[in-house]
Write a protein that binds this ligand. Structure first.
Ligand SMILES: Nc1nc2c(ncn2[C@@H]2O[C@H](COP(=O)(O)OP(=O)(O)OP(=O)(O)O)[C@@H](O)[C@H]2O)c(=O)[nH]1
Ligand SMILES: [Mg+2]
Length: 639
């Protein structure tokens, strides 16, 4: 398909870029109320007034002199791939900070349309922005938008098309710096004339004064003299201000942003703090905040455990009531393998996984997750990470795969490795199903809770160990705290569906197939053979029934499969008749820790390389076997 126009959505984190992208393309980028969700660029197509338009969703970026991995994705795309128009999505409630980036785009001469988003939130806060005045000052179109409702999003595209048809030269002197800087910019511009590295002259000169390493290396290939001169000129500015030149230039940009905001924004004080502001104070409070967090987490677990258990029973009752009771190889294969596999997976899907994804989507879109990150900042530091690492760790509760990818928001390779390692130990929805569906339902909720607590203690201890043995310090970071928002029902449902769909499409058929295979193996005694080979570990060390050996192998594909297949392999839906409470706890414990599932291993390889992925995988297998055997011996004393 030929593409008539490429539009890139760029701007600070959590301003609504992906919401606009989804509205325009109909695709399902992750949306949530916390910064740093989008870490890779995404592409989608839009047909608008007969034109094929490619829309690119970029990760959040604060500055074009930038460091973290996902910000570099954005900078490189804007700077090197030259999209026809950049739609700079701006948060109307935090205009000044957002304009800091807008000014840099203007300096680079990027063809720009500004989407002034979140105007509904701004209105609630008593903020009004004179967009006509803003347009004039910035010499760029400004379109007010409410991305979640799709308001204004198509006008953005109209303006982008207008921008391209005008082909007017971009104004890239949006900021006039102090005379001591301007004279040095001019000197460098003269030195750079005739040597093109693809960027505007003035912008290149400014970046050289800021001593931007990427631009230095580009220019040095063609004009080493300019590099020497830039270093001298930059240190002259530093001497005048007693501050690094890059800081001086940033401060001036901030000053310009502040001046613009003063001209275009009016602010009417609202009388009393909004509900969101009061909730904000409560959820970050030193005592109540932790209490609230504990109550929310516990309620989710209790709800899921009882709801899941209740729904499973109803589904099981229904299917058993229509059991025709056919015996013989084919009859048992069809019923115990196919039908039981189907309804056991259905109970897991509807009883545990879907409700959990809905709750996670609600928490994500409300803005509560970053509050947990804030509360957990201190404990996180003691494992060598900062609170920001909590975001992927919390998302790992849903699924470890996006969590591993999400760890790119960590600044250093070391922090990323620790966060990735720990996120593979977080009880994802699949493990939660095994813990709640087996231990919670058949042994008691308190034991299921204990397993969760144990998992978090283990994560903490492994984090401490990694922090001690891996060289380097974790960097401090200030994480932006988004305000509470009433989650949009549509967004929550869509997010839950986007997470649930892969389960239905891949896990459901896989588990039913696995269930049929295991039933066939049980009926032909092959299961006993395979399980026998693994019995030194499963039976002798872990104290489990022999048939569980095969489940551990199958569980690498999907962990929730282990619970369904437990029924097929045990030859009964009443697990109590084939496993003691201690065995159920040990089984769930080993499933919880041993080996990341195959999809997570693939993500680990992509994010950390073969060696580290292998290290994490084998470390977890060893740990699970060691802890499982130990738990079996200790628990037998108490239960
Ligand atoms: N009230 C309101 N909420 C919005 C609007 N636009 C986006 N949101 C919400 O703001 C949050 C962030 O939206 P996203 O689209 O995920 O933001 P993003 O810029 O892609 O974020 P990153 O990928 O993390 O950089 C979500 O909770 C959205 O539902 C808007 O115009 N009004
Ligand atoms: Mg996004």
């Amino acid at each position: 398909m030929n593409v008539d126009l490429i539009i890139a959505l760029a701007g600070n984190a959590n301003v609504g870029k992906s919401s606009i992208f989804n509205q325009l393309t109909g695709l399902g980028q992750i949306i949530g109320n916390w910064p740093g969700k989008t870490v890779e660029k995404a592409e989608g197509m839009l047909l608008h007034h007969g034109k094929n338009i490619k829309v690119i969703d970029l990760p959040g970026i604060y500055s074009l002199s930038t460091y973290s991995q996902e910000e570099i994705v954005s900078r490189d795309f804007i700077a090197l791939e030259h999209p026809d128009v950049v739609v700079n999505v701006v948060d109307a409630t935090a205009l000044e900070r957002n304009l800091f980036f807008t000014l840099q785009l203007l300096e680079m001469g990027t063809p720009l349309v500004i989407a002034l988003n979140l105007i509904d939130d701004a209105k609630k806060k008593g903020i009004t922005i004179n967009e006509k005045k803003l347009e004039k000052i910035l010499n760029a179109s400004v379109v007010p938008t409410i991305a979640t409702k799709g308001i204004g999003v198509h006008e953005i595209v109209d303006k982008a098309l207008e921008k391209v048809s005008q082909r007017s030269p971009e104004k890239n002197d949006a900021i006039i710096y102090g005379p001591e800087i301007e004279t040095r910019i001019e000197k460098l511009e003269r030195l750079l004339t005739g040597v093109s590295i693809g960027y505007p002259l003035r912008w290149t000169a400014i970046k050289l004064l800021e001593q931007d390493s990427k631009i230095i290396s580009k220019v040095s290939e063609k004009n080493p003299d300019a590099i020497v001169a830039a270093k001298i000129l930059s240190s002259e500015i530093s001497d005048i201000h007693q501050e690094p030149c890059a800081t001086v230039i940033s401060s001036e940009r901030y000053a310009v942003a502040a001046r613009i905001v003063k001209e275009v924004r009016t602010f009417k004080e609202t009388e009393k703090p909004s509900l969101g502001e009061r909730l904000d104070a409560l959820s970050m409070h030193g005592i109540y905040g932790y209490a609230l967090m504990f109550i929310i987490m516990l309620s989710i677990l209790v709800f899921m455990s009882y709801f899941g258990g209740w729904l499973s029973e109803i589904i099981q009752y229904f299917f058993e009531s229509i059991n025709p009771g056919i015996t013989g190889f084919w009859g048992e294969l069809l019923w115990n393998g196919g039908v039981v596999g189907f309804y056991a997976t259905l109970s897991i899907a509807l009883g545990f996984i879907l409700p959990f994804y809905l709750i996670l989507g609600f928490l994500e879109d409300s803005g509560y997750l970053p509050k947990i990150a804030y509360l957990m900042d201190r404990p996180c530091h003691s494992i060598g990470l900062h609170g920001k690492a909590c975001m992927p760790l919390l998302l790992a509760l849903g699924c470890n795969v996006p969590a591993c990818v999400g760890c790119r928001i960590m600044e250093t390779k070391r922090d990323r490795f620790i966060a990735v390692f720990l996120s593979t130990l977080v009880p994802c929805s699949a493990r939660t199903v095994v813990i709640l569906g087996l231990v919670g339902v058949y042994v008691g909720f308190q034991w299921a809770l204990l397993l969760f607590v144990f998992d978090f203690v283990l994560i903490f201890l492994i984090g401490r160990a990694l922090n001690r043995f891996l060289p380097g310090m974790s960097v401090g970071i200030i994480m932006e705290m988004p305000p509470y928002r009433l989650p949009s029902g549509k967004v929550v449902l869509k997010q839950a569906w986007n997470r649930f769909k892969p389960f239905l499409l891949t896990a459901l058929p896989l588990i039913i197939l696995g269930s049929i295979i295991i039933e066939a193996m049980r009926l032909t005694d092959v299961l006993a053979l395979v399980s026998g080979a693994l019995s030194p570990v499963t039976v002798v060390w872990l104290g489990l029934p022999a048939f569980t050996g095969f489940l551990f192998i199958f569980g690498i594909l999907r962990k929730e499969a282990a619970l369904v297949l437990l029924m097929s392999a045990g030859g009964t839906t009443d697990i109590r008749s084939v496993m003691s409470p201690v065995q159920m706890i040990v089984f769930a414990l080993v499933i919880m820790i041993y080996v990341p599932c195959i999809a997570t291993i693939a993500a680990l390889i992509r994010e950390t390389g073969w060696k580290r992925a292998g290290l994490i995988t084998f470390a977890e297998i060893g740990l699970a076997i060691f802890i499982g055997g130990l738990a079996f011996r200790v628990l037998n004393i108490f239960i």
